[in-house]
Design a binder for this molecule. Structure first.
Ligand code: M6R
Length: 614
């Protein structure tokens, strides 16, 4: 849940590191720091707060080193403070380390090291790492060599329980850096005489498109012109380069005030990329990453869709489509619950894991559990080479382009599009739904980019509505069927970036309790896109109007608009796919409320983009 960057080359490392941290700040913004190899040893500059605070540190502009590591923190162990900021060093200040992840046995390791005379100056779990490396380095009586350095890092890492992506530099080895990851992301970008290391690809995409994607416990010794990889036995291994197709402007704001707004506006192209050649104009549905036979699919007796947050909401809308057109019982679960509830899984279970980042700790753990119980696993992710895609039997990418804002927007709509495509692909093989209806759904999917553009035209209307409601304390979101899944997503978005308390309910459930909270003037948002359910939802909305609520309605149905305060009309679309359109006014609503309140839209308080800790 932190961001790490590294550089080795001929240029001054510090400005490159700070630029990289700025791009990774979405991963955590409690503190920031850098360490470089200078002529007189390791530098260490760190501070509480945002990355930009680093520029105020005395002497930071004097750093000349061409090798360095850097970190932006989302605090887990120890409050945000200068002492708890990374990088951390061993007692002799020979090794500097940055770390993303959690060391679960740090207390035990700390005790052992204290018994050996080491002192600790922070409350972090990370500080054990440089001291352990130092301990193993001293214990090894061989002459200093990069292999001795590597062995010390390897020995330290084998003692660690939990997750980590780490970068290590040492004043003994002024030309090298060692990096390794386990269940936390880390990539290495390479170009002539330079190596860039980062928690994600977009942060360093302006320097190179050639990347090494590290697997768990692949120990890497870097110099400016080489990258050597070793397994845990320290046997050298070969790795292939991956060439990334995104360009760096995909990770810039491009004239928008905020990444979130840019990403909302990127949805027509993001969804177009998701559909790609998976549905052709002559209505063929092919997913090249999937090779299921009819027999295999017929043997699947149950599907679980497992994810967190917004990705889980995409799963909820996917359940509707899969059950309806594939006729396979489908359950959606929150990854942090699934992993501890002993789910009933066997070889006839298909488990689908959805994660934009592909690095969410609970989702990874749930995937490992499902695999260990014999399920077939399928990962849906936006990030090439991310952890869940490496663990799963099958992986499919949304291809939505980098999503930087903490609040997920285009990732959600592309996930909903992709899970619908998967459902169509299964239904076609299973012949579980008439081909005419499947073709209709395919046409509806192909019409999406245009209809999303159409929907985005509600921006001004939503902006005016946001100005009326931004000071409210509570809001309700209601819907039925697939619209309820969008109500959940709208409510999460509002909480996340506007800090307004909100609840989402299946519209019919309201009168079983929550209606007691409806009082004069409260805002209720109703979503109605399913002609079979619209009348029922209208009745439920009527019940809250009677109790004094003011209403914002998102619909593509023919209803009497006079009863409502504000109605946003979105294009007609098949209900299964409607979340991709109906969520857009809700994304814009949270965005404009957050702006009206003067909040940091892209970096909401207490949050980080990917939750790589449990
Ligand atoms: O990277 P993931 O899709 O696994 O992330 C899951 C959630 O943490 C994420 O969707 C979160 O709920 C978003 N910040 C919501 O906007």
């Amino acid at each position: 849940m932190c961001g790490i960057v590294g550089y080795i080359g001929n240029k001054k490392a510090c400005p490159i590191l700070i630029a990289g941290l700025t791009r990774l700040e979405y991963r955590g913004y409690d503190s920031a720091g850098v360490s470089t190899i200078e002529k007189n040893g390791l530098s260490l500059m760190k501070t509480k707060g945002r990355v930009k605070n680093l520029n105020d540190l005395k002497g930071i502009d004097k750093l000349e080193g061409t090798i360095g590591i850097a970190h932006t923190r989302w605090a887990t162990h120890g409050k945000p403070s200068n002492e708890n900021s990374h990088p951390h060093q061993d007692n002799s200040k020979t090794f500097s380390v940055v770390h993303n992840g959690i060391i679960e046995n740090y207390a035990e390791l700390k005790n052992l090291l204290e018994e050996k005379g080491y002192h600790f100056y922070s409350q972090t779990d990370t500080e054990v790492i440089p001291n352990l490396i130092h301990y193993y380095f001293l214990k090894d009586k061989e002459d200093n060599s990069t292999m001795k350095f590597l062995k010390a890092v390897r020995n330290a890492c084998l003692d660690l329980k939990g997750s980590f992506a780490i970068e290590v530099i040492s004043s003994y080895f002024p030309d090298n850096m060692i990096v390794v990851r386990k269940d936390s992301p880390l990539v290495i970008g390479t170009c002539e005489n330079e190596k860039y290391i980062s928690s994600d690809i977009p942060a360093i995409l302006s320097y190179t498109r050639d990347f090494y994607l590290l697997n768990n416990l692949e120990f890497t010794i870097l110099s400016k012109n080489s990258a050597k990889f070793f397994d845990t036995e320290l046997n050298e291994i070969k790795k292939k380069l991956d060439v990334i197709e995104w360009n760096s402007s995909a990770a810039e704001k491009d004239g928008y005030d905020d990444f979130m707004l840019k990403e909302i506006y990127e949805q027509p192209s993001a969804v177009r990329e998701t559909i790609g050649s998976r549905i052709s104009n002559d209505l063929k549905c092919e997913i090249e990453e999937l090779k299921f036979s009819k027999k295999q699919l017929q043997e699947i007796t149950k599907i679980y869709i497992v994810a967190c947050g917004t990705a889980m909401h995409a799963g909820l809308s996917g359940k509707n489509t899969i059950e309806k057109i594939c006729r396979i019982p489908t359950e959606v679960d929150i990854a942090s619950e699934f992993r501890y509830r002993d789910p009933i899984i066997d070889k006839n279970t298909l488990c689908i894991f959805i994660s934009q980042s592909g690095e969410t700790a609970d989702t990874i753990a749930a995937l490992k559990l499902a695999k260990s119980k014999g399920a077939t696993t399928l990962a849906i992710s936006n990030v090439i080479g991310s952890s869940i895609t490496r663990e799963a039997d099958y992986s499919i990418y949304t291809h939505a382009g980098p999503e930087i804002a903490v609040a997920s927007t285009k990732a959600y709509t592309s996930q909903v599009a992709l899970i619908n495509i998967i459902a169509i692909y299964f239904a076609e093989i299973l012949q579980s739904t008439k081909s005419e209806y499947l073709n209709f759904l395919k046409q509806e999917l192909l019409s999406l980019p245009k209809k999303i553009e159409e929907t985005l035209k509600c921006k001004d209307q939503i902006f005016e509505f946001a100005k009326k409601v931004y000071q409210e304390k509570d809001m309700f979101f209601l819907g039925r069927g697939v619209d309820e899944t969008v109500a959940k997503e709208g409510s999460l978005k509002l909480k996340e970036i506007s800090y307004i308390h909100s609840e989402s309910y299946a519209a019919g459930e309201l009168k079983h309790g929550p209606i007691a909270l409806i009082e004069n003037g409260i805002t209720v948002v109703g979503i109605m896109t399913d002609e079979n359910l619209v009348e029922k939802t209208v009745s439920n909305i009527q019940e809250v109007i009677t109790r004094g609520a003011k209403t914002l309605i998102i619909t593509n149905q023919k209803i009497n608009y006079n009863n409502f305060n504000e109605v946003i009309i979105i294009p007609e679309i098949a209900p299964f796919i409607s979340p991709i359109l109906s969520v857009i006014p809700l994304q814009l609503l949270s965005y404009f409320i957050s702006k009206e309140k003067g909040l940091d839209v892209d970096k909401p308080r207490n949050l980080a983009k990917s939750v790589t800790v449990e």
